[in-house]
Ligand binder design. Structure first.
Ligand SMILES: Nc1ncnc2c1ncn2[C@@H]1O[C@H](COP(=O)(O)OP(=O)(O)O)[C@@H](O)[C@H]1O
Ligand SMILES: [Mg+2]
Length: 357
């Protein structure tokens, strides 16, 4: 009878349907038991699609059965011994091929959440990471406009959605499927539900980080998404006004409810540097964000100035970080990305990469 390690090695030959990567490197193999009665392979949540899950299980069975000395082979899907993270975030699935998923949230609309999500994704990409961006705000499809995505959606042979690629970042939005003719029944909770499934059916390939631009607010729609995906952390975008404190508190409470660490707060529209006199105008007051971060025990990830070029870039599909990497606001995005990546790199192995090492 081969050892569990030998079997694990053999399972590296099993490719995930539609991917060049194997199921072991995707972290799908959770445990292997070798007993008198045969071999049992425990697989994590394989796919939302039962056909894909069956195909993988069958392939695993055949691969192990073909090894010398192996008798009966059993494959159990999603009944791995629970890990700490799996216990805490039960019912959640990792996104296949994605190391870390982070969610960008805000208490309300208009604070620059989408602008931050787009430029943050670009800054991570500029730091040499493979990055994806998902617009989860179906009613404000601003990310598509900011990224300049117009193509229609393509679907692969195994019915997975192929993300668009702009400025080196892979991008999808369910907004690309929802239009004026979309039936009313699709609105509201229904959309959120479909959207979460949608996320798992994107052919992301291999990503170091997937950035989710959540819908604005901290209510049920946001909770539904954050409850179903294994999240590495949340990022809260706010503005410097004192009243924003309450929004940040709500954001913190939301992530707490789903046992997701808050990676920190980004203060947007913090100040304006006058082009003529070079003076830094702190229109909404000074130090509010930092005080609040301290009070709530959060990391202040960075402060972004009011930047006319950022707004213009957003309107014309020319995101600042991609087109003006030397701009002070782009540099601040690079520092913010660096801080977040440092946190992610220090995190324990994500659930879906556990068996990879
Ligand atoms: N730092 C900034 N400087 C100038 N304009 C900004 C800045 N951040 C965001 N904006 C602009 O503010 C508007 C709202 O931003 P958006 O990212 O769509 O907000 P949200 O996603 O929170 O609703 C957009 O027109 C955007 O270009
Ligand atoms: Mg938005």
């Amino acid at each position: 009878m081969p050892s569990p390690n030998e079997i694990l090695n053999e399972l590296k030959k099993v490719k995930y349907p539609g991917f060049t990567r194997d199921i072991v490197s995707f972290g799908l193999v959770k445990d292997i038991e070798v007993g008198h009665s045969g071999v049992t392979v425990f697989l994590g949540a394989v796919s939302a699609n039962p056909d894909v899950a069956r195909a993988v299980a069958e392939n695993v069975k055949q691969t192990v059965a073909a090894m010398a000395g192996v008798g009966a082979v059993r494959v159990e899907v999603q009944s791995a011994p629970p890990t700490r993270q799996a216990t805490v975030q039960s019912g959640r699935r990792p996104v296949p091929g994605v190391k870390h998923v982070i969610a960008v949230a805000s208490g309300k609309g208009g604070v620059g959440k989408s602008t931050v999500a787009v430029n943050l994704a670009l800054a991570m990409q500029a730091s040499g990471r493979r990055v994806g961006l998902m617009d989860a705000d179906v009613y404000g499809p601003s990310v598509a406009m900011m990224m300049g995505v117009e193509d229609s959606v393509r679907v692969s042979a195994d019915k997975r959605i192929i993300p668009m690629q702009r400025y080196g970042v892979r991008y999808v939005s369910m907004a690309l499927f929802v239009n004026d003719q979309t039936p009313v029944i699709w609105r509201g909770p229904m959309v959120t539900k479909l959207e979460t499934e949608f996320l798992f059916n994107v052919d992301w390939g291999e990503l170091d980080c997937l950035v989710l631009d959540l819908p604005p607010g901290t209510g049920d729609a946001q909770l539904t998404i954050t409850q179903r995906v294994v999240l590495a952390g949340g990022v809260i975008v706010t503005t410097p006004q004192e009243v924003a404190l309450l929004d940040v508190k709500r954001g913190v409470a939301m992530f707490k409810q789903v046992d997701t660490p808050v990676l920190g707060v980004i203060e947007n529209m913090s100040y304006y540097t006058c082009k003529r006199c070079a003076h830094r105008h702190e229109i909404f007051g000074h130090g509010g964000g930092a005080r609040m971060a301290e009070e709530l025990g959060l990391e202040m990830l960075g402060e972004l100035p009011i930047t006319p070029e950022m707004r213009a870039g957003a309107d014309h599909a020319r995101p600042l970080v991609a087109v003006s990497p030397r701009h002070p606001a782009s540099q601040e995005f690079m520092r913010i990305a660096g801080r977040i990546l440092e946190r992610l790199d220090r995190m324990p192995k994500p659930l879906n990469a556990e068996a990879a090492q």
